[in-house]
Design a protein around this ligand. Sequence first.
Ligand code: PXG
Length: 291
Amino acid sequence: MGLQVYLDGEFVPEDEAGISVFDHGLLYGDGVFEGIRIYGRKLFMLDEHLKRLYAGAKVIMLEPPLTIREMEDGIRETARVNDISDGYVRLIVTRGKGDLGLSPFKCSNPSVIIIAATIKIYPDELYRKGLKIITVATRRNNPDALSPQIKSLNYLNHILAHFEVVHAGADEGLMLNDQGYVTECVVDNLFVVRNGVVVTPPCNVGALDGITREVVFRLCSDLDEKIIEQNLSLVECYMSDECFLTGTAAEIAPITHIDGRAIADGTPGPVTRKLMKAFKEFRESHGTPID
Ligand code: PXG
């Protein structure tokens, strides 16, 4: 049986769920989205995801037709209707139907789409062995041109990067900014461990302020691991003792090779493994019940 998709207050079978070809989400990528995990019938970091969605919507002057609480109810109901105990919610707010001109002022009814499904981005083996990543030639969007803090419906920057990753036969890609500093991976934040300190680039280099990234800050504080934000060059990453990435879909995944260089001995490091374990415990004990 197919999924039931929440579309503007109704549940519609996935094969019939559609939006107008004049929706500016389609025509211009004009809209915002979130990806939220469900673990054990609980929505993980729901408030944080909703806060980010509404903050991004505010920046693009898009007013979601639901309050945050109504949106939360819609998400919980969608998860229940589809009986998703462990999975992933894709939440989308599009500008809505307009005309073929750019103007968002012609779009009076934003649409809300909520899809609850399952997800797996990397096979289990990669969490044990570690990911081999490459630096992609596609640079991360300049934050002065388009802030990475807006999780907009235009992910072409990342899609171009993803093509490079696949073409190279790698597991993931590392993206630099236009000054050559490390920003993040294609759809995940990047961390290294250097001399006992966990280091991640500050978001203003052009990285999304990821919610899993924030969880890592909390875990490091609980575990007494020093963590700082610092600009990172590629060479500093090659020379690091450990490396890992974080994201809603990926969770925490070890990186053992960058551009053919083994990170330390080329196996997942102890701090990474400790954080992966702590993350599993954290996700069990946090979340908003869908029931
Ligand atoms: N950076 C970027 C550019 C992202 O899009 C992250 C980091 C990690 O952030 P969170 O808040 O998830 O810890 C993301 C996450 C997917 C998918 O379905 C996920 C994302 C984007 C597109 C698709 O796996 N975003």
